[in-house]
Design a protein around this ligand. Sequence first.
Ligand SMILES: *Cc1c(COP(=O)(O)O)cnc(C)c1O
Length: 341
Amino acid sequence: MEKKNLDWANIGFGYIKTDKRYVANYTNGAWDEGTLTEDDMITMSECAGVLQYAQTVFEGLKAYTTESGHIVTFRPDLNGERLENSAKRLEMPVFPKERFVQAVIETVRANEAYVPPFGSGATLYIRPYMFGINPVIGVKPADDYQFRIFTTPVGPYFKGGVRPLTIKVSDFDRAAPHGTGHIKAGLNYAMSLHAIVTAHKEGFDENMYLDPATRTKVEETGGANFLFVTKDNTVVTPKSDSILPSITRRSLVYVAEHYLGLKVEEREVYFDEVKDFAECGLCGTAAVISPVGKIVDHGKEICMPSGMEKMGPITQKLYDTLTGIQMGHIEAPKGWIQVID
Ligand SMILES: *Cc1c(COP(=O)(O)O)cnc(C)c1O
């Protein structure tokens, strides 16, 4: 397989069109068999459900080349399961998780020339999504849906080295109790755009959202879960019904317990406790873990003891172990690595 001639280390995180994408249509109450296509354009009614009432859910995962030269993806079954749950919450039909995994494999295979080589730090980002496509004007779920997967190569996340983030405690709320914070839906991102643009204007990298009901507990950022480490090396992650169940965070919790022998607590985390933690990181597919160096609450600064130069020691161990598992030089738990080629 001849690789595309891309400058893998410098492609950044933007959309680069690849050769093939997967499309399946849901009409008359059933999914068709689905197919790969070269057509990257979608034609739909001006009144499509997704355009009027934002009925759309998505996933994000990566394919990459391991040390031994295999193209693999990480726990795609969990993405398939999460998409099922997201769809149910928005009254959309379920695209079965077994078919999801198969479609991911087919799409990556068809775009093998775009899977960055081992060692480049770049990966092939995979974006599955589905949306209501028929005309909907009275507020109700659509009847017809489209499920698609496209891929796009993305550059190394920590280009030029790790840089701990400075984040602010947001005055905006991300997700209401009993709302949609736990599903991966564009609607949770649309309303976060004003908050992140505001934070960026003020010089912050990210927002820390608190629970809207009491504003005393840590929820997550716009697109990553928090992970804290106490001064006696216990890993703590916030538990809440309104945060997105990050696959990276769940995997790091497993690594902490079963590979590193650390104590893990998944529980409510009060903002008042944050000043006492030794390390803080953000977990998500994009970076695995981004270290947080400073948290600012209306001018009051909390500086993490791990500082603004590097990851904290436990965060680093978690990062090295999980990326080692992903790249194939540390043995993975059963079922974590889906070999594609
Ligand atoms: C996707 C996402 C995450 C990270 O989840 P991963 O499965 O680890 O990529 C965290 N928070 C939100 C709001 C997300 O949308």
